[in-house]
Every structure is written in structure tokens, then in C-alpha cells.
Design a binder for this molecule. Structure first.
Ligand code: NAD
Length: 476
């Protein structure tokens, strides 16, 4: 994109602009790359009306037809994959290869979710009656999406919500709205009018959505602080909610690992997508016997990783996505400096265009320091020493979060035993961040409510309905 590109919303199958607009900035150089509509409340009302009008026909469609249409969404992503990837790198900052992976993953997700069947439970089938519980769509669903994986996390909502028979309004983050606005436009050729509406806007739009009486469910991915606001405001009409929120994932590294082999995996566990992953390793607990060796291996590996503009060949880590997040991460680094923590790597933020922060590892800071307790959501990692399992499990669980965790050990049984003591929704042994469309994903504690993916994720977009039929033969 050379000059400022113009993007439109999709409401009721039409391309719609708003009276006001917002600029979108490329985080690698801070240049304005596009202008997007800043939706008014009337625009939101129009989207809700369009979704509501489309609901009866969409829910009445045979399930198999909706399966085909969800697959077709994946087809659109694949057909335009390179365009999507380039826009994604420009708006989000991630390296082009990672953007391609995100688009490919989103297409794959559509295909896999479309393959899920909706279960029916037979509660009773006797001479007297037949009782079964099925799952019916909720109505109009709003999907609110963050800026770290704007396409994939949007598809995590769109695919199951539409498959289940709901119609939708999707709101991307104002920091990364372009890919979703483009998808909305392209899908007008695939989906009936009003089934999927994509609207963009500033800070007022999210609260308008969560308060709107015409919306029956909100599926939200974002920070825990915002998730609490969503929950509060959804109470106005008792909206169903799914909340995928923040995390402070521990990795526990036992002394029997092959240190050189795990160093690379642990590096990417913490720093992939410049640390901006809800399930990034955010606290690295390393057994004291291998702590110094792993430090050396991590530092050696980190020196080989190029940071820069994601469009440049060889770049493996891009900038932090936006100024606010950049400032937040810088404040954690400043706090560690002010408290005299030792830096194994990084810590000095260059004064260059773009939101670049070097890979920063803080060497064994106190457990109660901000860099350990807070979710950095950026390229800053505390490396922490432990001696015994009981102690590290207690420290790993001593957080308001419970999203995910990983255990690293060559003794699989011992690792599985540690995993069973961790309070989190997903725990990996000897790998991390492996997600599949068929496995339930959701946070414990303040990392969320409900789940995405798998059958449980699909059922989040339904209401259970039990139908009981008293048989005429029994009444006679
Ligand atoms: P955020 O909470 O600031 O924003 C998320 C979305 O909510 C954006 O679209 C934003 O515009 C919208 N929003 C903001 N205020 C709102 C309000 N009052 N009501 C309704 N919507 C509102 O989060 P972010 O900074 O975009 O994303 C980073 C956070 O998301 C991190 O905490 C990360 O861990 C979390 N996250 C969680 C998961 C998960 O699956 N659990 C996945 C990715 C990111």
C-alpha cells in the first residue's frame, strides 16, 4: 500500500462508510497506511437490524448448507491469501511468513470447524415418551477481536457462530481492522445479505455493542480488564458471553532437559509474535542446576534472531503493535531498571521510528516484581530460578490468571504429574502453543469464561433446548 488506502464496513451486504474516520498506522514505521470508518451508533443499529433480519432464514438453512458456507469462508481466505498476508503485516507488524501462517491457519480452522456435527442427546426413549436435548442458535452474536491475531481470532468466532446458525456483527480492533474489513467485503459474494456484518470504530463502539439490546451474545477476546467491563455491561439484557482474556503463562523447566535443544523452543515460546500472544510463556521457571547453562544458550540463540520491518527478508520479529502497548512494555522495563534488576538481554529501547523493543530477559527478578506479576504482552521475559517442584508449582499458580502453561522434562510421567497440579485451561508437556480447532481452549480464573474451539466452543453459540414428546400410545 503506497498511499492511504480507504476501507469500508459491510452492513446488510452493502459497503458502508461512516461520517467520521480513523487512521490506521503501520507499527514498523509509524506511517498512516489507511483510513477506516468510525462507526456511529446509527451504523451499529443498522448492523444489528441487518443481522436480525437475516437470522430466521439463516437458522432455517440445513446444517449441511451452513457447513459448506463456512468452508467457503476458508476458500476466500485461501484464494486471497497473499493479499491478506501483506495487509496483515502492514497493520499488525508481524513478519510476512508469520502473516501467511496466520491466514493459512484461519482457512484451515474454517474447514475443520465446518466438519463438526451438532450433537443431539436422547434423554429418554420409552413407551411413554421421547425426550431429547438439541442445541439451537442464540440469535445475533457480536465478535470483538484483539490486535495480535486479528484474522485467526476473528475466524475462531465467525466459523462456529455462523455454523451454529447465528448471524453476526464483527468488530476488529481499531489498531488492526483492515484484514477483517476486507474479509467482510469479500464475503458478500459468499454469504446471504446480513449474515456477517463487519463494523469498525473507536473506543465507544465496543461498549455500545455490549450494551445493545438487539445483540444476544458477545464473544470477546482481549484483556482481562476489558473482559470485566464486557461482563458487567452484558448483564443489561443477560447476553450470553464467552471471554478469552489475558494470561501470565509459566513454563517450568526441569533439570533433566537437553538444554541446547530446549533453548530454541523456549525462546519462541516467549517471543513469537514479539511476545504478543495470550499463550506466550510469560514467566520462565528454570531449575537451579541448569539455570546458568540455559541462560547462555538462550542468549546465544537470541543473537541470531533479526528484529525489524516484517516485510524485510530474514526478519523474524516485528515491532510491538501499537504505541499504547509499546509504552506499557517500556514501563515494565523501566520498573525493572529502577529496582536494580539484572538484564540478561535487552533493556535498552532504541530511539527509531516504529515501535521496536529488543528481546529483553530479566535475570531472576524478585517474584513480587511487576515484570513477574503483570502480563507484559511484549518482548520482555522474567527468567526465574527454582529448587523444588512443590515451590515452583506454588509460584506458577500464584496468579490471577489461568490460561496455559508448559512443563519441560525428559521424564514424561513426572512432567505429567506436575501438569496435573497447574491451575490453567491448557497445559503442554515439552511443547507450547500447539492449538487445534478440535481441542477445547479456555481460561481458568481471570483468564476467561467459557471456551473456544472443539465441540464445546461450538456449543457456546447455542442454547440447549429439550423437547419432550408424550407418546399417544402411552396416553391411550
Ligand atoms: P483490549 O481488551 O484492549 O481490546 C480487545 C477488543 O475489545 C478490541 O477490539 C477493543 O477495541 C475492544 N474494546 C475495548 N474496550 C472495550 C469495551 N469497554 N467494551 C467492549 N469492547 C472493548 O485487548 P487488546 O489490547 O486488543 O489485546 C491484548 C489482550 O488480549 C491481552 O491481555 C491478551 O492476553 C488478550 N488475548 C487473549 C486471548 C485468549 O484467547 N485468551 C487471545 C489473544 C489476546
Amino acid at each position: 500500500m503506497s498511499v492511504k488506502a480507504l476501507y469500508a464496513m459491510t452492513i446488510g451486504g452493502r459497503s458502508v462508510n461512516a461520517a467520521a474516520s480513523l487512521d490506521v498506522v503501520n507499527p514498523a514505521n509509524e506511517e498512516v497506511i489507511a483510513s477506516i470508518p468510525d462507526a456511529s451508533q446509527d451504523d451499529l443499529h443498522a448492523a444489528v437490524s441487518a443481522a436480525r433480519a437475516a437470522f430466521p432464514a439463516w437458522r432455517a438453512k440445513p446444517y449441511a448448507e451452513r457447513q459448506e458456507m463456512v468452508r467457503a469462508i476458508g476458500g476466500v481466505l485461501s484464494a486471497h491469501a497473499e493479499d491478506f498476508a501483506r495487509i496483515l503485516t502492514a497493520e499488525q507488524g508481524k513478519p510476512l511468513d508469520d502473516a501467511r501462517l496466520e491466514i493459512g491457519g484461519a482457512a484451515y480452522w474454517c474447514d475443520a470447524i465446518a466438519g463438526l456435527e451438532m450433537p443431539v442427546t436422547v434423554n429418554e426413549d420409552s413407551d411413554e415418551r421421547r425426550s431429547e436435548t438439541r442445541h439451537v442458535p442464540i440469535g445475533v452474536v457480536a465478535g470483538i477481536v484483539p490486535w495480535n491475531y486479528p484474522v485467526l481470532l476473528g475466524i475462531w468466532k465467525i466459523a462456529p457462530a455462523l455454523l451454529a446458525g447465528n448471524t453476526m456483527i464483527v468488530k476488529p480492533s481499531p489498531f488492526t481492522p483492515l484484514t477483517m474489513l476486507k474479509l467482510g467485503e469479500l464475503l458478500t459474494d459468499v454469504l446471504p445479505v446480513g449474515v456477517l456484518n463487519v463494523i469498525s470504530g473507536g473506543d465507544s463502539l465496543g461498549p455500545w455493542i455490549t450494551q445493545h439490546p438487539g445483540i444476544d451474545k458477545v464473544s470477546f477476546t482481549g484483556s482481562t480488564a476489558t473482559g470485566k467491563r464486557v461482563m458487567e455491561s452484558a448483564a443489561t439484557n443477560l447476553k450470553r458471553i464467552t471471554l478469552e482474556l489475558g494470561g501470565n503463562d509459566p513454563a517450568i523447566v526441569m533439570p533433566d532437559v537437553d538444554v541446547d535443544a530446549v533453548a530454541e523452543d523456549l525462546f519462541w515460546a516467549a517471543f513469537r509474535n514479539t511476545g504478543q500472544i495470550c499463550i506466550a510463556t510469560k514467566r520462565l521457571y528454570v531449575h537451579e542446576d541448569i539455570y546458568d547453562r540455559l541462560k547462555i544458550a538462550l542468549a546465544a540463540y537470541a543473537k541470531r534472531v533479526e528484529i525489524g520491518d516484517g516485510t524485510h527478508q530474514g526478519v523474524k520479529l516485528g515491532p510491538v503493535q501499537n504505541r499504547l502497548q509499546f509504552d506499557r512494555v517500556c514501563s515494565l522495563i523501566a520498573d525493572s531498571k529502577a529496582n536494580g534488576h539484572t538484564f540478561l538481554l535487552g533493556g535498552d529501547v532504541p530511539n527509531v521510528p516504529g515501535y521496536f523493543i529488543p528481546v529483553t530477559i530479566v535475570d531472576n527478578p524478585p517474584e513480587d516484581s511487576r515484570v513477574v506479576q503483570e502480563e507484559a504482552f511484549g518482548p520482555v521475559l522474567p527468567m526465574l530460578k527454582f529448587k523444588d517442584v512443590e515451590d515452583v508449582v506454588r509460584r506458577a499458580n500464584d496468579t490471577i490468571y489461568g490460561l496455559a502453561a508448559s512443563i519441560w522434562s525428559s521424564d514424561e510421567a513426572a512432567a505429567a504429574d506436575i501438569a496435573s497440579q497447574i491451575e490453567a485451561g491448557t497445559i503442554w508437556v515439552n511443547e507450547v502453543q500447539h492449538l487445534t480447532p478440535l481441542a477445547t481452549f479456555g481460561g481458568h480464573k481471570q483468564s476467561g469464561l467459557g471456551a473456544e474451539n472443539g465441540l464445546e466452543g461450538l456449543l457456546e453459540y447455542t442454547n440447549p433446548q429439550t423437547i419432550t414428546l408424550k407418546k399417544r400410545s402411552a396416553a391411550a
